[in-house]
Design a protein around this ligand. Structure first.
Ligand code: MV4
Length: 444
């Protein structure tokens, strides 16, 4: 087992990883930017190294600074958390070259899943259901016209280097194709330095349901059931839950099997997530594979009673997994509490938390690095905390979440707590009647 792990991240996920390391008897090294010098991960880790100024590019994204911190402190592994360098092929490779175990995917797995057209081709070859569309990248505008006619409008064009909606264009009719093609390519080139575009049939009003998977160094793989992440806004998830209110035992078996096929197709080692779009007929299609721990891993932990960070560390250290699948025994919901003003277009609201009281009690979990007197810096994402509840049924989980949100006091900044309170009272949400389009019409 590792003796010392460096955590190449900040905020609640850095704290989350430190906690598991402590429980496993593993020493921890926090790295921090000058903006985070007073943060909890810095205080709770055994050692802390400043890796640069507030701007991420010069601290949390600086590979030389992080490798230097690992070498100085003699860390034998690096946990990248989510975001930052967690899905960076080069970083995974450089860790390898320095004899430091990267607790995440291998460089070639990151590369293959990071390029969306390559990922899709890999999944088609493995027999994972994919959305009908172009075979690989579109050659030119003429090819785009030809493919769209075959696929049948509406179609969607996606940047192969994308994800998170950048470089994505929905095209409803032939007249609009040329403009969409030009702007998608331009946006993709500017954002990713890669203007490769592929095309798919546009699925209207889908649900976003993802399957948690795990694979080990011996070729064993399993799934740990689903999370429903349909409640999102501009590709930012707001609420996640498991089980999905749209799920059936039969669909879970089929999606779980498909996710395991995806895992085995890339000899995946570690924990990951296979994202699917699910249409109203319960047809499901591979969308992306995330080769990292995700923000919403918590709800899976609560319903299967299992520490996913511990599992990541054990797999990275060469432990085998059993290969049996895990099924939800409870119902869990997570609300992301952001320093944003929900009544002002979710505008970021960083600054000093003047007063703070956290919710608690049976079935309530709060993953956060915030406290009274903490200042949310403006340099990073605006998530303050993840409020997670677990209960026997979905109805009870919603009531528990309402109760926990009512207890939660954060003063000095605007937060998304009032939004979540309205959501928990919404009839469509309460009935499990929602798709990825929900936020376009929800009035709160
Ligand atoms: C789609 C789609 C409909 N049809 N693909 C959004 C982000 C990127 N990962 C893929 N996305 C979508 N791909 C086809 N063929 C709709 C979306 C989509 C979406 C997907 C999941 C969660 C929220 C979403 C919001 C808007 C669009």
């Amino acid at each position: 087992m590792f003796k010392k792990i460096l955590i190449a991240n900040r905020g609640e996920i850095a704290l989350r990883i430190i906690r598991t390391c402590k429980e496993m008897g593993i020493k921890t090294v926090a790295v921090y930017s000058t903006a985070d010098k007073d943060s909890l991960p810095v205080r709770f880790a055994d050692e802390a190294v400043c890796i640069g100024p507030a701007v991420s590019a010069k601290s949390y994204l600086s590979i030389p600074n992080i490798i230097a911190a690992a070498e100085i402190t003699n860390a034998d592994a690096i946990h990248p958390g989510y975001g930052f360098l967690s899905e960076n092929e080069k970083f995974s490779k450089i860790c390898q070259q320095h004899g430091i175990k990267f607790i995440g995917a291998l460089p070639d797995q990151i590369a293959r899943m990071g390029d969306k057209a390559t990922a899709k081709a890999t999944m088609i070859a493995a027999g994972v259901p994919c959305i009908p569309g172009s075979k690989g990248l579109l050659a030119d505008l003429e090819d785009a016209f030809k493919q769209a006619k075959e696929i049948v409008y509406p179609v969607i064009m996606k940047a192969t280097a994308g994800g998170g909606g950048k470089g994505m264009r929905i095209v409803w009719k032939e007249e609009d194709l040329e403009a969409a093609w030009n702007s998608a390519r331009q946006e993709a080139a500017a954002a990713f330095g890669n203007d490769g575009i592929y095309m798919e049939k546009y699925i209207e009003e889908p649900r976003h349901i993802e399957i948690q998977i795990a694979g080990d160094q011996f070729g064993n793989a399993c799934h740990l059931s689903e999370r429903d992440c349909s409640i999102q806004r501009r590709h930012q998830k707001l609420v996640e839950e498991t089980p999905s209110p749209f799920m059936t035992d039969e669909l879970r078996e089929r999606m779980g099997e498909a996710a395991i096929k995806a895992t085995k197709a890339v000899n995946y080692e570690g924990v990951g997530t296979v994202e699917f779009l699910v249409d109203k007929h319960r047809n499901f299609y591979f969308m992306e594979m995330n080769t990292r721990i995700q923000v919403e891993h918590t709800i899976t932990e609560e319903v299967i009673n299992f520490d996913l960070i511990k599992e990541q560390i054990k797999i990275a250290a060469g432990h085998p997994i059993s290969g049996k699948n895990y099924y939800p025994q409870m119902h869990a919901i997570q609300c992301r509490i952001n320093a944003e003003d929900p009544y002002n277009d979710f505008r970021p609201s960083p600054g000093l938390i003047t007063s703070y009281h956290s919710p608690g009690g049976h079935g309530v979990r709060l993953d956060t690095h915030a406290y009274a007197g903490y200042t949310i810096p403006p340099n990073y994402d605006s998530m303050i905390s993840k409020l997670i509840v677990v209960a026997q049924t979905r109805d009870e989980a919603i009531l528990k979440m309402k109760r926990a949100l009512d207890e939660y006091v954060i003063e000095g900044i605007k937060t998304t707590i009032p939004f979540h309170q309205k959501l928990m009272d919404n009839e469509d949400f309460k009935n499990g009647n929602f798709t990825t389009k929900f936020m376009e019409t929800f009035e709160y």
